[in-house]
Design a protein around this ligand. Structure first.
Ligand SMILES: O=C(O)CCC(=O)C(=O)O
Ligand SMILES: [Fe+2]
Length: 240
């Protein structure tokens, strides 16, 4: 896959041995890994009826997931996030926004703000991290001439008002260029996590075997980018 594309969608894949298929196909793009605090290499994005699910937005909830990039609160976020659709419910849209298209809608001054290391993106509660592990970072950087975005709006803080205004303008721009895809069982989407933001429409959970279920794998092109935080035996990263 040419990693300049913001996403790749494959349809009508076999629906047996789907996790083996998911790992096999996505390994062509990068090395699968997970964050040690979150769980398995293949995560099931499926509603779980808990008290926590009412107050947060995560892989186990069914509320709207605003456009974001994956793991924006860690030092080296995944290069790609892949989602294989095991099952979907009506209206269970996946949102995608092309970062370059969105950035065209911003001013030079806003771009300058986004590149300043003035933003704190809170770590979600299910990671069990404390505030001390949160760092100030830029939302936008340029890597080999292409943009690389990290964004998650809920709880985002900036040191300055101009920084916050630029982050809000960015989120509106991402919303304006958004497309919606209703993944079908047997579809696999591989999303470039630098060049694309993703999200999800709110949907009605069933809490049974008919529920929406996407299997998710994170990929990194070069595990050496993780440095000491990476455990190659278990394919896990630690820390933030
Ligand atoms: O459930 C989805 O469609 C995507 C959820 C999501 O953004 C994630 O798991 O990171
Ligand atoms: Fe996500």
């Amino acid at each position: 896959m040419n990693s300049d594309y913001s996403y790749l969608l494959l349809k009508n894949l076999p629906q047996t041995k789907c996790d083996e298929l998911l790992l096999l196909l996505t390994s062509l793009v990068g090395d699968p890994f997970a964050h040690a605090d979150e769980g398995s290499l293949i995560m099931a994005n499926k509603p779980i009826k808990t008290e926590e699910a009412q107050h947060t937005t995560a892989y186990f909830t069914w509320n709207k997931f605003d456009l974001h990039t994956e793991l924006p609160y860690i030092q080296t976020p995944p290069d790609f996030i892949s989602l294989y659709c095991v099952n979907n419910v009506k209206g269970g849209y996946t949102y995608l926004s092309n970062v370059e298209r969105a950035l065209h809608l911003l001013s030079q001054d806003q771009m300058i703000e986004l590149k300043k290391p003035q933003y704190t993106i809170p770590i979600p509660p299910h990671f069990g991290a404390d505030k001390k592990q949160e760092f100030k970072r830029p939302l936008l950087s340029i890597v080999k001439g292409r943009p690389s975005l990290r964004i998650r709006q809920d709880g985002l803080v900036s040191e300055t008002e101009a920084g916050m205004a630029a982050a809000q303008a960015l989120q509106s721009a991402l919303d304006m260029v958004r497309e919606a895809i209703e993944l079908e069982p047997g579809s696999l989407i591989i999303i470039n996590n630098h060049l694309s933001a993703h999200g999800r429409a709110p949907f009605r959970p069933t809490f049974n075997h008919e529920d929406r279920e996407l299997h998710r794998v994170y990929l990194i092109e070069d595990v050496n980018k993780f440095g000491k935080n990476y455990d190659p035996i278990h394919r896990r990263i630690r820390g933030f």
